[in-house]
Design a protein. Structure first.
Length: 67
């Protein structure tokens, strides 16, 4: 189904969350994205994910050359 009256499941869930205030007071609201000041790097999202999830200690042994 398509058309101006169609709302997908995901769109409806996002709208409901916004209406109930679940997106209010998010960290960094109204501020520019940090990545806009950095040069583009193809794997940027992986590096940010590793830092955010604190996986550096887990992945360090996997990245040693010669092993």
């Amino acid at each position: 189904m398509t058309g101006p009256d169609y709302e997908s499941y995901v769109d409806r869930k996002i709208r409901q969350a916004a209406d109930s205030g679940e997106f209010d007071d998010l960290a960094g609201e109204g501020e520019p994205l940090e990545i806009l000041n950095e040069p583009y790097e193809p794997g940027w999202w992986v590096k940010r994910w590793v830092v955010r999830e604190r996986l550096k200690d887990v992945t360090a042994p996997l990245s040693k050359p010669g092993d």
